[in-house]
Design a protein around this ligand. Structure first.
Ligand code: ZN
Length: 730
């Protein structure tokens, strides 16, 4: 057996005795699982499971019992913690076999098989709340102490080949045997148990169209065996690699990055609109050498039609992608749109026919018939999901399927599951039950919310508020660093991975931070292009950016200051709306725009002539835009009054000049915060509600105006000012 890391070329050998030997047996299982999951060539996100049978003291009897610790339902091997492992009394688990055998009708896909999943809970050891997965019987019914079940590219390539049985024996000889595809469950466990009874020396099994399962009596040997078997398959495939002839050779060429992005920026909003007719989707573009080699090839259309390789993938990738046979060198963008339109219509019709032909009397209703993976020569792979993380995983799954097809076509001929088997996985009642148990989606799930001014003050508070509702938040600000900082705060709370301007977009998660100067159209265009490449489109735009230029000591405001005030508070807001409009129209999906104006728009005040008139113009801009963007986009205004706390509009000098103006007594030695509190208190006393207005108060209304709760309101200005009767709109 190979044991040193140098002996593995196609998998990463990560076992470290110095780490493992410090751990208890359950933690060693967690450790083994994490290092297996860390290599995508060993198993895909969410795929595969591991187990150890561990001797433990029974809390009820004080006696030593055998406990099966097995990776439970949900989660991922790479990131699993102890909490992701279910624990079952072995003797109780094994007693379930007699219950199963007593059923009149048994076998794969029978009612008794599905109902066994609920029985596992009765065998729980140690009040462990982790839910057992459908793969539990594979681990429980095979007698060996340590078991790894993985979805390695190289082994699935064998398992998804026309002559998978012959290849299994050729590659693994006597060590590993082959069993045909069967939907995982209790019966599959019994099939494996029976095979082992007849051939006790077997070290593992290749499961047709699915993956690998292998075992050993200690954990390190099991880990090393897993790697050895995967390495063996990968080396066999490497010897047969077709090089330039892979996928029948190249039919089209890739576009350079600039031309590709130019097309994607035009294409993605249109495409997002078309796939989002039932539910909105968030996009991920996946462009690698390998993906391009596939989409540009002669065989791409034929292979795409066969469908995805791993049954784990169906819920995300659907049974097959949409391939658009467009020539990037010879055909126009309009031709691409036409082909996409027809491709989508054909895809939906085909999906509906598949559903109708394969459904059972008790099948769940047909799900969204739109494709989640779209392949376009020259451009790459575009994946769609309910959020960024899901569309990234979908892209990852299909790119793994491409690797499986590459290998499978090198050694044999790639084949998919039959449509009925694929359907019975995609519409499995157990999966449906899982989907039904998921919490309802939040208000801004599936939405991209752009907050301009998110680096500080109301914008930052608003970014946090909408993120809480499940939004993908684009934090934009003139101060790019501040915008990125807000985005990072959101990523720290809501998810991993952050994308920033100019870096690879594959890294972006639930929030991105971008710099923008709204007084320059090119800057606003560049911002929206980045957003489209990151998420596929936009839904809601909230502008909180604004400027207050104080007059000089004589109360005078210069011409340049007047220009700048209008450039930001009025024209900038218009440019944002005007550029967003192009995307909203291309998507043809409902959206919303919120502009931040001010109560000063309605109240003439000494000393803020330019600011007040610009805000009055902004109020009317809201109304004009509401007309112009109807019926697709609602436009409303948020009119704050004097939010002193945490506002970039209130530096120390302004606070002091205001306190002086209102004759509020103060001491120059007091801190800025203390002075701000004084001013806030003074302002609060002027209001009808006698309360200070906070950033959170503003953020709440910015969120509400954008949300479906205000779906029948457009062209309105809502004051959030604590109640200032002089600012009442008439
Ligand atoms: Zn599996």
């Amino acid at each position: 057996m190979m044991a040193k890391s140098e002996e593995f070329k196609h998998v990463k050998y990560l076992w470290d005795n110095n780490i493992a030997d410090q751990l208890d047996p359950i933690e060693r299982l967690r450790y083994r699982s994490n290092i297996l999951g860390a290599d995508q060539r060993i198993t895909n996100t969410g795929g595969g499971n591991t187990s150890s049978k561990i001797k433990m003291t029974d809390p009820l009897s004080g006696e030593e019992v055998d406990v099966l610790w097995v990776k439970g339902s949900g989660g991922d091997l790479r990131t699993s913690t102890r909490a992701n492992f279910a624990s079952l009394y072995m003797n109780k688990f094994l007693s379930l076999e007699s219950i199963y055998n007593k059923a009149d009708v048994k076998g794969v896909k029978t009612e008794i098989e599905d109902s066994m999943v609920d029985m596992y809970r009765h065998t729980t050891f140690g009040l462990n709340p982790a839910a057992s997965s459908i793969d539990t019987p594979l681990h429980g019914l095979i007698p060996h102490r340590q078991i790894d079940h993985t979805h390695p590219i190289s082994v699935i390539a064998i398992a998804a080949s026309k002559d998978q049985e012959r290849l299994t024996h050729e590659v693994f000889e006597e060590e590993v045997s082959w069993i045909p595809w069967q939907r995982p469950g209790f019966d599959l466990g019994l099939v494996m148990k029976e095979i082992l009874k007849q051939d006790p020396d077997l070290k593992g099994l290749v499961i047709g169209q699915h993956g690998l399962i292998n075992w050993a009596d200690d954990d390190k040997s099991c880990y090393e065996l897993t790697l050895t078997l995967i390495e063996k398959a990968a080396r066999y495939i490497e010897q047969h690699d077709k090089g330039d002839k892979t996928f029948g050779g190249q039919k089209y060429q890739s576009l350079d990055e600039e031309s590709r992005n130019e097309i994607l920026i035009k294409l993605l909003p249109v495409l997002r609109g078309k796939v989002s007719q039932k539910n909105k989707f968030i996009g991920t573009i996946h462009v690698t050498e390998s993906v391009l080699q596939f989409v540009n090839s002669f065989d791409a259309q034929r292979l795409a039609e066969i469908g995805t390789s791993c049954p784990d993938h169906f819920l995300r990738t659907k049974i097959k992608p949409l391939y658009v046979d467009w020539n990037p060198q010879a055909e126009s963008f309009e031709a691409l749109l036409e082909k996409l339109e027809k491709g989508l219509a054909d895809y939906r019709a085909d999906y509906t026919a598949y559903y109708e032909a394969c459904k059972h009397p008790n099948s769940p209703a047909m799900r969204d018939p739109s494709p989640t993976v779209i392949l376009i020569p020259g451009l790459g792979l575009i994946a769609w999901g309910k959020n960024k993380s899901e569309s990234r995983v979908t892209a990852e799954f299909y790119s793994l399927a491409i690797e499986v097809m590459r290998a499978s076509e090198a050694i044999s001929e790639y084949q998919g599951l039959t449509r009925q088997e694929a359907f019975d996985i995609e519409y499995w009642l157990l999966e449906e039950a899982k989907l039904k148990r998921m919490p309802p989606e939040k208000e801004f799930a599936r939405n991209v919310v752009v907050v301009i001014g998110a680096g500080s003050g109301i914008g930052k508070a608003t970014a946090h508020r909408v993120a809480k509702e499940g939004a993908h938040v684009v934090c934009a600000d003139l101060a790019e660093e501040a915008a990125r900082a807000t985005a990072q705060e959101l990523v720290d709370i809501y998810g991993v991975g952050i994308g920033v301007a100019g870096t690879g977009l594959s890294g972006c998660g639930p929030a991105i931070g971008l710099g923008v100067d709204i007084t320059k159209r090119e800057s606003v265009q560049a911002m929206f292009e980045q957003i489209v490449l990151a998420y596929g489109g936009i839904d809601n735009v909230i502008v909180t950016a604004g400027i207050f230029v104080p007059p000089d000591t004589n109360g005078h405001i210069s011409d340049d200051q007047w220009s700048l005030t209008f450039a930001i508070n009025v024209i900038g807001a218009f440019i944002v709306a005007d550029e967003a409009k192009k995307i909203w129209q291309a998507q043809n999906l409902k959206g919303s725009l919120v502009l931040t104006t001010s109560v000063n728009a309605a109240v003439a005040k000494q000393g803020s002539l330019a600011y007040d008139t610009s805000k009055a113009a902004a109020n009317h801009l809201v109304r004009e835009l509401a007309l112009e963007l109807s019926p697709l986009v609602r436009v409303n205004g948020l009119a704050p009054a004097t939010v002193v706390e945490g506002s970039s509009m209130f530096p120390r000098e302004r606070v002091i000049s205001s306190l002086t103006k209102y004759q509020v007594p103060f001491d120059e030695s007091e801190s800025t915060e203390a002075l701000r509190d004084k001013l806030a208190d003074f302002y609060a006393q002027r209001t009808l509600t006698k309360s200070a207005v906070t950033l959170e108060d503003q953020a709440e209304v910015a969120y509400l105006l954008s949300s479906s709760k205000f779906s029948k309101t457009t062209g309105q200005i809502i004051s959030v000012d604590g109640g200032l009767h002089e600012a009442f709109l008439r």
